[in-house]
Ligand binder design. Structure first.
Ligand SMILES: [Zn+2]
Length: 215
């Protein structure tokens, strides 16, 4: 079998991007060096429907999403399904890091890069306004829920080459970052790679042809 060429794109540390993902395509998000979070948002092409934490938690009965879970829109329609996951720990409770968060939580004065700003800047090209940015699906973010209700942010469990694969259930506009929050990324900012496979058949073929695949 021939190995399918898949173009990997790089998101530089503390930056983001936005792109279209066709229904049936599979998006792979890769932690290049390890311990790096990537915030994801997804919108329908008209910007009126978006990936939403609340129905995703409702319909799956969990806040710990991994392989086999479908993530839903604000209208409870399937948007993305996790088809592979080498880490098994992600967060869908926290908002993207933002200038306000750095100011209020950390007392940070002056400019600080943030996922919110990086998403807003890149989604503007698709006419999606900053106020539309919902709770992000925080890939590789490691949060621990204590019985008291307290949520602790711990270093990600991802290592170099860890990845998460998501199948688009509908046509999407995706926003994706390499997170800028010190605490979420164990104090060091690294890049994130991503690749999109055109169809599920292409994705399955690529998985079969790549001996190192194991998830
Ligand atoms: Zn962030």
């Amino acid at each position: 079998m021939t190995t399918l060429e898949v173009a990997t794109q790089r998101i530089q540390p503390q930056t983001g991007t936005a792109f279209r993902l066709k229904q049936g395509s599979v998006l792979r998000v890769i932690d290049v060096e390890g311990e790096q979070v990537s915030d994801l948002v997804a919108f329908a092409p008209d910007g009126e429907e978006w990936l939403s934490s609340r129905p995703s938690i409702d319909h799956n009965g969990t806040s710990a999403f991994t392989k086999g879970h479908t993530l839903y829109s604000n209208r409870s329609n399937p948007m993305l399904t996790i088809v592979a996951d080498t880490v098994g720990r992600h967060d869908f409770l926290f908002a993207p890091c933002s200038p306000e968060m750095f100011r209020k939580l950390y007392g940070f004065e002056g400019d600080h890069p943030s996922c919110f700003d990086n998403l807003a800047r890149n989604l503007a090209a698709f006419s999606i306004a900053p106020d539309r940015i919902p709770t992000t699906f925080n890939i590789f973010m490691n949060c621990e829920l204590a019985p008291s209700g307290e949520i602790k942010v711990l270093p990600p469990l991802s290592t170099a080459g860890s990845y998460l694969d998501l199948r688009a259930e509908v046509d999407l506009i995706v926003g994706l970052t390499a997170c800028s929050a010190e605490q979420s990324n164990n104090g060091r900012f690294k890049p994130i790679d991503y690749a999109a496979f055109g169809t599920i058949e292409e994705y399955e073929g690529w998985r079969r042809s790549t001996a190192i695949e194991k998830a």
